[in-house]
Design a protein around this ligand. Structure first.
Ligand SMILES: Nc1nc2c(ncn2[C@@H]2O[C@H](COP(=O)(O)OP(=O)(O)OP(=O)(O)O)[C@@H](O)[C@H]2O)c(=O)[nH]1
Ligand SMILES: [Mg+2]
Length: 465
């Protein structure tokens, strides 16, 4: 277990290039640690002639980084100084803003490494920010979600989490649980009074309410995952119903080949777009058919099934101008929910009334014409509803897999606690379960967390973040 409260657990000063590789207007070498300014002063000469060690916090200085051995100028830079604790990491931080190229930045980095800094590990700046109490762990994770946001809605959700969105909710639940523990433990301290029946009922209710809130957060883990990683939406159906045409209509351009010949699409076709702020990988598939002899078609069908397995959502297309066939029914029953039934070619005379589709497939169909575009907007709206996207991304909390696992563990402990209460077990035992739930919630914020978990969280960060 670590102790995030420790003021300055680090003796060493770390340095890394903080900007992405490649050419840019500027590039930044960042240092953090007790010696950050001391190290920078060994390589940096301010144009003002001031002693770099005397520079005020939160000030910017023009000057040069020089090679101490040869005295040659490496680059003309701006130096930014942020003294502890008012910095990203909570330690002294120095940023050297040089020209944005690989060679000048590497040269600046080498110079500071020669003068007492050591190379930062991936995510080490953010890890220090966490260990110094600048961010809790859920916020530290949000830093990565901000950097990696694929859509504006994803960005908004990540920024909200960085500002403490999830942390506040989890903190609120912990406060409630602590008061449950207090009530339980009070009765342990005064065993002669014991747990009265009305008190038991009251505690059960309080625990149940917390469980419900946990469930709400767990449900939102799905939306958070979709915002972060994107959703896979697969278009399936028997050959020639207009799957590729529908992909093109949704994308608004002619991405997939369309033809009157059944079996036009033999491989899966993928394209990225977004719906309601959720990044979507849209996959058009080879039509579902009966035991193809042709090995290419057999492989196509295998890939269709592979895509269906990955799908977060499947659009099953049938041709409204033709009778429903057993293959249509098979195409509908193969994928998992959520599924959308689309009756395409609505511009042609219908072979049967809509009610027949509803009868055969058990859901009301959406009518589209990939040819005229009719109904495509409604389909887009339905996809957005099913994926849980809302244009503003306001309702969505970034509940990641690590959070979800801890939330589920907390929920299980609370169910056990509530059952034990109901069975009349001792308050002491019940309080142990509630405490286990508290500790699971503490993991989300990083209050009770092992080094291994921290390693795992920060491993995904890049060096310099
Ligand atoms: N009238 C009409 N024709 C359509 C519509 N959608 C597709 N088609 C036509 O139906 C034929 C098949 O369309 P595709 O999009 O290639 O169908 P598919 O399901 O991808 O077919 P495969 O790749 O062979 O499985 C083409 O001639 C399209 O022009 C529609 O909404 N209305
Ligand atoms: Mg096709």
């Amino acid at each position: 277990m670590n102790t995030p409260q420790t003021a300055d657990p680090f003796q060493d000063t770390i340095a890394a290039i903080a900007t992405p590789p490649g050419e840019g207007g500027i590039g930044i070498v960042r240092l953090s640690g007790p010696q950050a300014m001391e190290v920078a002063a060994r390589v940096f000469a301010p144009s003002s002639g001031a002693d770099p060690r005397e520079l005020a916090s939160h000030s910017i200085h023009h000057g040069h980084v020089t090679d101490s051995a040869s005295g040659a100028v490496i680059d003309e830079v701006l130096l930014l100084l942020m003294r502890a604790p008012r910095s990203y990491t909570g330690e002294d931080v120095v940023e050297l803003h040089g020209h944005g190229g690989r060679v000048p930045l590497q040269a600046i980095l080498s110079a500071v490494l020669r003068h007492g800094a050591r190379p930062a590990l991936p995510g080490e700046f953010t890890r220090r920010a966490f260990l110094n109490g600048r961010l809790d762990l859920a916020q530290a994770e949000a830093v990565l979600d901000v950097v990696r946001a694929k859509t504006e809605a994803g960005l908004r959700a990540a920024v909200r989490q960085l500002q403490g969105g999830l942390s506040e909710q989890v903190q609120g639940l912990r406060v409630e649980l602590l008061s449950v523990v207090a009530a339980l433990e009070a009765s342990v301290d005064f065993p002669e009074e014991g747990l009265e029946f009305p008190e038991v009922g009251e505690l059960e209710k309080r625990i149940y309410r917390i469980e419900e809130e946990l469930q709400g957060l767990i449900r939102r883990a799905m939306e958070g995952r979709l915002l972060r990683e994107g959703a896979t939406v697969v278009i399936a159906g028997r050959p020639n119903v207009g799957k590729s045409s529908l992909l093109n209509a949704l994308l608004g351009r002619e991405r997939a080949i369309v033809s009157v010949i059944p079996g036009t699409t033999r491989d899966t076709v993928e394209e990225e777009f977004q719906i309601g702020g959720i990044p979507v990988r849209l996959i058009d598939t080879a039509g579902i058919r009966q035991d193809p002899r042709d090995p290419v078609e057999a492989e196509g069908l295998r890939r269709t099934r592979g895509a269906l397995e990955q799908a977060d959502l499947t659009i099953v297309v049938v041709d409204g101008s033709e009778e429903i066939t057993p293959l249509d029914v098979q195409a509908w029953t193969e994928p998992q929910d959520p599924r959308v039934l689309v009756v395409n070619k609505s511009d042609l005379p219908a072979a049967q009334p809509t009610a027949t589709h509803q009868d055969r497939f058990g859901v009301p169909p959406l009518l589209t014409s990939a040819l005229t575009g009719q109904g495509v907007e409604d389909l887009r709206a339905e996809l957005r509803r099913l994926l849980g996207g809302d244009a503003e991304g306001e309702a969505i909390t970034m509940v990641g897999p690590r959070h979800r696992e801890a939330l589920e563990r907390a929920e299980r402990q609370l169910i056990t606690a509530r059952n034990s209460l109901g069975e009349g077990l001792s308050a002491e035992l019940v309080s142990l379960d509630v405490r286990a739930a508290l500790s699971a919630l503490g993991e989300i914020l990083g209050e009770t967390v092992t080094e291994e978990v921290l390693d795992q969280v920060f491993r995904d960060f890049c060096i310099g973040k």
